[in-house]
Design a protein around this ligand. Structure first.
Ligand SMILES: *[C@@H]1O[C@H](CO)[C@@H](O)[C@H](O)[C@H]1NC(C)=O
Ligand SMILES: *[C@@H]1O[C@H](CO)[C@@H](O)[C@H](O)[C@H]1NC(C)=O
Length: 371
């Protein structure tokens, strides 16, 4: 026979222990949140809590991608399960340009043997409505003269300032303008359209392959190696926003998720890869997420230089991740990479000019910054 008391005592003990644990957990959790609010701000807290309230987007179906130097194209197409085309497709590379001048040149040199037309669209204001020089137009007839036979350039005037307009609204306006620009550029059904920002650079062999094969899904995102500040900091391999597609009349120029298909290891995405500190400041203010500048000290040039050498977050924020495993693995600075293998060719051929993009050269030119 069970004695009631004998049962009760151990159960009470467990309950007390559980209660303490629960209290400690809740206390610990709120301490972390309070610390985050104190040290950072509320946004950091939403990022910290994100794995709880947000579900990750559906994962991509990654298409394996093969390449080795000097391989026969028909065999390469066949290896992917595709067929070799008798004639290469025409390729249109369409970029909405902000101020990534060096990366744009590296991109054009990388892709020029395969691209029919490079479309560059720029505006005299940023997505956040701040006036900006036409950086590309300023150098179009000097530095970018080499690309004239393949270049189509257009600028769109800034729209009248409306207070508190969502920067994404301006971004959409630019993307519609690019759609019209493409049509006037003479793009036709079946041409290969590359949709990407200037700093999302598909590798030459990827575009060469896609222009010569038939049978891959369209549209298809390009999985790019994600770098920060230079090719010294490899964050992950999961940049996916850029895409390629076989153009049709209905095609819209969009830089968002279009499909589950994503071609593996198709190039490089170098974010905040600038030569001058002033360009970092410009980008921080111009960014569609410009509300991330919570205190002016974030724009301090010495601080920015330190961050660039450390590989930590330029906005002092937590990584935006959907699981704690990812969030914790990405806390703090990005590990340094010592690899200069598989880089855009023009970058290595002009290593002296583009030193700052290569591992081991984080110090930027201290040009005066006008804040
Ligand atoms: C590539 O391979 C195919 C099939 O194996 C062959 O017919 C063709 O001649 C090769 N082309 C070259 C340029 O070697
Ligand atoms: C941009 O250019 C247009 C026309 O060229 C002009 O009306 C507008 O004021 C300019 N915007 C800024 C912010 O300079």
């Amino acid at each position: 026979m069970f004695r009631r008391g004998g049962l009760k005592i151990p159960r009470l003990k467990i309950t007390k222990w559980k209660f303490k644990l629960l209290t400690l957990t809740i206390f610990g959790f709120f301490s972390i949140v309070a610390t985050l609010v104190y040290v950072y701000d509320y946004r950091t807290v939403t990022y910290f809590l994100r794995p709880i309230w947000d579900t990750p987007p559906k994962s991509f179906q990654i298409i394996p991608h093969y390449y080795a130097d000097g391989m026969n194209l028909s065999e390469l197409c066949a290896l992917h399960g595709w067929t070799h085309r008798p004639t290469p497709r025409r390729v249109f590379d369409a970029v909405i340009f902000s101020n990534e001048v060096d990366l744009l040149e590296i991109r054009m040199r990388e892709l020029m043997p395969f691209v029919t037309k490079f479309l560059v669209l720029e505006s005299n204001a940023t997505f956040t409505g701040k006036p900006k020089p036409l950086y590309f137009a300023d150098q179009k007839d000097s530095r970018f003269k080499f690309i004239h036979p393949q270049l189509l350039y257009s600028n769109i005037p800034s729209r009248p300032q409306i207070p508190n307009r969502d920067p994404f609204d301006n971004e959409k306006h630019h993307r519609i303008a690019m759609g019209n620009f493409l049509r006037t550029a003479g793009i036709q059904d079946g041409d290969l359209l590359i949709t990407a920002d200037a700093d999302e650079i598909p590798s030459a062999h990827t575009i060469h392959l896609l222009q010569n094969c038939d049978g891959y899904p369209s549209p298809m995102h390009l999985q790019l190696r994600n770098y920060l500040y230079s090719f010294e900091f490899l964050v992950d391999s999961n940049s996916w926003r850029s895409s390629v597609e076989l153009y049709r009349k209905e095609t819209q120029y969009r830089h968002s998720r279009k499909t589950d298909h994503c071609l593996a290891d198709a190039g490089w995405h170098c974010s905040f890869c600038f030569r001058y500190i002033r360009d970092f400041v410009f980008k921080m203010k111009a960014y569609s997420h410009a509300d991330r500048i919570r205190r002016p000290s974030l724009l301090n040039p010495e601080r920015i230089q330190k961050i660039i050498c450390k590989g930590s977050d330029i906005f002092d924020m937590l990584p935006e991740e959907f699981t704690y495993k990812e969030l914790i693995s990405k806390l703090g600075a990005v590990a340094k990479s010592f690899s200069g293998v598989h880089m855009p060719k023009y970058l290595l051929e002009n290593a002296e000019t583009y030193r700052y993009l290569l591992p081991g050269n984080c110090i930027r030119d201290p040009l005066p910054v006008s804040l």
